[in-house]
Design a protein around this ligand. Structure first.
Ligand SMILES: *Cc1c(COP(=O)(O)O)cnc(C)c1O
Length: 294
């Protein structure tokens, strides 16, 4: 392992990527505030390039090397077409695997060995974590200190990067991770004090169908996170509907995790200033409509 990233790495990442990523808007909603009894600040990474925060970490990891190099992206065969198209649209070559059968990490290792490619994992890498932390850094710089920050969580890259930013820019801020109920491996890991592996969970939150968190992300989560909540697919759909109806925003199911948890525990958040990372908006419209029609 390399060194666990720290806030300075987030600052370095922000400088590296600033001309290439969007500074996404922070939205507020009176209806959401009235519904929850808190003051909410939504950091909208669904408006990021490629439609999700992932561009930040990936760009930081790549630009730490060189730009304009060919990239091969290993994606689940059932990834939403919107995600696949966004990836191809930015010049990536896509290789598919079956997330219920194949071992993504092994495919990556083999490709990198056979073709001499540099392997960049999706979350468990210091440059990725530092890059993901730039979204929360922007949020705190824009709205000041907060009482709590809610971040969705698959492998934990976004959560750990956000934690590095929060600990420095808003030391008193509680930091919460949110997972789908069916895939609560990070909650188990956090509570049992070791990385827990699970089978690929069945959930509509396809960005959080990870089987385990990483070594770097676990270390940061263990030391900095206050708790990890879970929400059901039904709560995700209700939150997706709220974003659509009340905020006129298309948010993918995984991106709904953070706000769904805020709604679930709003009794404990009365009068507080709350940050919510909206992680992405890549969802196939037909699927989106079918979910909302249920
Ligand atoms: C990848 C992804 C996540 C999970 O991020 P991790 O860094 O793996 O925890 C959450 N939301 C969206 C939209 C994603 O694409």
């Amino acid at each position: 392992m390399q060194n666990i990233p720290v806030y300075d790495d987030v600052v370095a990442a922000a400088r590296r990527i600033e001309n290439y990523v969007y500074r996404t808007p922070v939205l507020t909603s009176r209806t959401a505030d009235e519904m929850t009894g808190a003051r909410l600040f939504f950091k909208c990474e669904n408006y990021q390039r490629m439609g999700a925060f992932k561009f930040r970490g990936a760009f930081n990891a790549l630009s730490a090397r060189i730009l304009n190099i060919p990239a091969t992206i290993i994606m689940p065969h059932d990834a939403p077409a919107a995600k696949v198209d966004a990836t191809k649209g930015y010049g990536g070559k896509v290789i598919f695997y079956d997330r219920y059968v194949n071992d993504r990490e092994q495919i990556g290792r083999e490709l990198s060995e056979n073709q001499g490619l540099t392997l960049i994992p999706p979350y468990d890498h210091p440059h990725i974590i530092a890059g993901q932390g730039t979204a929360a850094k922007e949020l705190f710089e824009e709205v000041g200190e907060l009482d709590a920050l809610f971040v969705c969580l698959g492998g934990g890259g976004l959560l750990s990067g956000s934690a590095l930013a929060a600990r420095y820019l808003s030391p008193g801020c509680k930091i919460y991770g949110v997972e789908p109920e069916a895939g609560n491996d990070a909650q188990q890991s956090f509570r049992q004090g070791k990385i827990i592996h699970i089978d690929t969970p069945k959930t509509i939150a396809d960005g959080a169908q990870t089987q385990h968190i990483g070594q770097y992300t676990y270390e940061i989560i263990r030391k900095n996170i206050d708790d990890i909540f879970t929400v059901s697919d039904e709560e995700l759909v209700e939150t997706m509907r709220f974003y659509a109806e009340r905020m006129k925003m298309i948010v993918e199911p995984t991106g709904c995790l953070s706000f769904a948890a805020v709604r679930q525990i709003s009794q404990q958040l009365q009068g507080q200033n709350i940050g919510i990372i909206v992680s992405g908006g890549n969802v196939d419209i037909a699927h989106y409509c079918a979910l909302l029609a249920r």
